[in-house]
Design a protein around this ligand. Sequence first.
Ligand code: PMP
Length: 427
Amino acid sequence: MRYKRSSELFRQASRVLPGGVNSPVRAFKSVGGTPVFVREAAGSRFTDEDGNEYIDFIASWGPLLFGHAFPPVVEAVTRRAQKGTSFGMPTALETEVAELAVSMVPGIEKIRFVNSGTEACMSVIRLARGYTGREKIIKFAGCYHGHADAFLIEAGSGAVTFGSPNSPGVTQGTARDTLLARYNDLESVKGLFEANPGEVAAVILEPVAGNMGCIPPEPGFLEGIRQLCTDSGALLIFDEVMTGFRLAAGGAQEALGISADLVAFGKVIGGGLPVGAFGGPAEIMSHLAPEGPVYQAGTLSGNPLAMGAGLAMLRAIEADPEVFSRLESKTAYLHEGLEHVLQEAGHPYRINRFGSMISVHFSDREVRDFESAATGNNDRFRNYFHGMLNRGVYLPPSAFESYFLNDALTAEDLDLAIDAAAGALKD
Ligand code: PMP
């Protein structure tokens, strides 16, 4: 049996870990079956505990721009570990990573390192609220900003201006301060500003959405939000946890030519170690403790192993700016191949892509917001996912997630994946 050891490990894990995992999407809830347990990985591939090999199209959900066990990152982490794994005191290394990040990303003069994308987004909205003296934020249905309470909000029934908690444990009080807009719908944002005059601290969004599959912003959408924020004194926050250092060295701001006031990072900036960050102009960042009154802290923030990995990653990007066009052509190649086999298969589908983010929706509608992303045929997705898995191709185990390509993927890997898709769709 192909997944025998993984099944045993999942049963064992489920006795001591809720749902057998430490993050829900890993549990294969929406595709069914047993999650594969990873033994080891290198480059574009990983091996599971049963010895099956896979071509990996999630790359740890984005961080591994150059593939698994990228030698400069492995070397940096190993070297740093021998000199101590955590101090809770400042190191020169943190400043080095900060200087490099600040030099790569437009509009950022100061940056604060944290330990996850969730922490980055949670802290950046506190800063925006502290800076503006306002309490409400606007977020978009289908955009994910981690699991802080303020973001676990869905559109309330009927009313566009009021959100409601989408997880037990999130209070109604919290929900009242998160306003829900529709992605790629500027009018919905305008409506919220009009209904809440002078109350909106910030608009936060994924400049290219990756949490309802990949959904690029339509022309004028981000420009319009930029203008609404400027006009009303609200801050525009780009959540670049996925897009930062992936779409370009300067992230989506550079790739799309739009400036945010504050930016949240995660994933690539940590090179596969637990890192998040947020940054902006010195004038806003100076409101953060200990320079200013907005509190934020962390025992392991700026951890030397994580900063060593981040520095190795950012240096590799700086030394090889061509990586982004290589990733783009690999993704375009995959796009073309999938387009071909999907057409042959004759099912309705939509492929969305931006840079090295791509997703397949089994839908007959344009996928441009959360509502249209939800029209995909989930049974078809499930069969496609398992068909690919059985052929050694690991895709995100949910129709609402984007693939993340990495630079270690070879032409052979891509051809194998396209052939696997042809087979999986035939089944
Ligand atoms: N923002 C975005 C856009 C994300 O995709 C994610 C996680 N996928 C987060 C924030 C949260 O990051 P983390 O899982 O590191 O807490």
